[in-house]
Ligand binder design. Structure first.
Ligand SMILES: *Cc1c(COP(=O)(O)O)cnc(C)c1O
Length: 353
């Protein structure tokens, strides 16, 4: 750190992204990326003529993308905010709405607390139930900004939509942010409540179900005045927050919805098969509604499994901590990748017998 850094940033604990090692080729089951490539429509849309327009700034209003999203979700453009990954929308939302304090579960996406610290906003974490479910009562009548990933990460569990409504309804004076990064893989969306409650903001991403993690595109949907607040931050920091090529890629992704529905279907069917295989190997597996599986065995600790699998060319994630240390989180890859994973896992378990 330099001696020049502003004191408000000097002690920030930053987010640690999942590793992207370059030392050899791994089967990457560690950062919940989609194993299938973008649609051929997307690959063709990002063409030479688009590349040769890179001398021009992108559309700061993202109107083409908002157009297809508005049509898809039956809402208006004024209800949509397009962002550089959903991380940006989440960060802006916490900046906008978190001043009085932010509440989220103790086991959830690690970025929420970083965003709070960055803004110097207080936050409370609420322990998940013993079975890793969320107790909705804990989030009712709080008067504070609430962030819930639904389905949650890294547990994969989903909270019912009536529960979400109960939380939103009971906090009329603060914003409830529902992070639906994984909703296309299972569970019901809170989007249908956006027109009913002015304090609900739903965030989505192209990184998981649309195979566009490298493109960095996400969006938020909510009441028009909430969206304007997010615009205030965008136009005060980075008006051209999505680049030309990825605006086109994301727009074409929505047009090619059928292709992505097919990929999601494949991933869900692979997921269900892997869950069964893990149970057969003696793992307890949470009821995931996402493109990853959270599982534990009492035979090997999460970190040890991670290290042994890494040795064998497979990357997964573990989460140090009293309640999560035994678990591993495995992104659902192609059937072939998952067969390799299960094969190596069997060998590891046999060796540690
Ligand atoms: C992956 C993820 C995101 C956001 O990812 P972006 O690539 O920034 O869109 C947000 N929330 C959760 C819970 C995630 O797992």
């Amino acid at each position: 750190m330099s001696k020049y850094i502003s004191s408000r940033y000097s002690s920030l604990k930053t987010y640690t992204p999942g590793e992207q090692p370059k030392d050899k080729k791994y089967i990457k089951l560690n950062t919940n990326e989609n194993p299938y490539p973008p649609s051929s429509g997307v690959i063709n849309a990002v063409n030479e003529s688009q590349l040769s327009s890179l001398n021009l700034y992108p559309d700061p209003t993202c109107s083409l993308l908002k157009n297809v999203l508005a049509e898809k979700y039956g809402i208006n453009q004024e209800n949509i905010f397009c962002s550089n990954g959903s991380d940006e929308a989440l960060g802006f939302a916490i900046s906008c709405f978190g001043e009085k304090g932010v509440i989220f579960p103790d086991i959830t996406y690690g970025f929420y607390k970083v965003f709070c610290d960055y803004n110097n906003y207080p936050y409370d974490t609420i322990p998940l139930n013993e079975d890793f479910t969320i107790n909705p009562e804990d989030y009712c009548n709080t008067g504070k900004c609430i962030v819930i990933a639904n389905p949650n990460a890294p547990t994969g569990l989903c909270l019912g939509i009536e529960r979400i409504e109960q939380i939103v309804k009971s906090n009329p004076d603060s914003v409830v942010i529902i992070d639906e990064a994984y909703i296309d893989f299972g569970g019901d969306s809170a989007l249908k409540f956006v027109s009913k409650y002015e304090n609900l903001l739903v965030t989505r991403t192209f990184s998981k179900s649309y195979s566009l993690a490298g493109g960095r595109v996400g969006f938020a949907i909510g009441n028009a005045s909430l969206i304007q607040d997010l615009m205030t931050i965008k136009y005060s920091t980075n008006p051209y927050n999505i680049d030309r090529l990825n605006l086109i890629a994301a727009t074409q992704s929505i047009v090619d919805q059928q292709y992505y529905d097919g990929c999601v279907k494949k991933i869900v069917s692979t997921r269900e098969r892997i869950k069964k295989e893990l149970v057969r190997l003696g793992f307890s597996v949470l009821d995931t509604q996402t493109n990853f599986v959270f599982a534990k065995t009492d035979k090997v600790y999460g970190k040890d499994l991670y290290l042994k699998l890494k040795d064998r060319g497979i990357l997964i994630r573990y989460f140090p901590g009293e309640r999560t240390g035994e678990f591993i989180r495995i992104t659902v890859g192609t059937d072939k990748d998952m067969d390799k994973f299960i094969g190596e896992l069997k060998r590891i378990l046999e060796e540690t017998k």
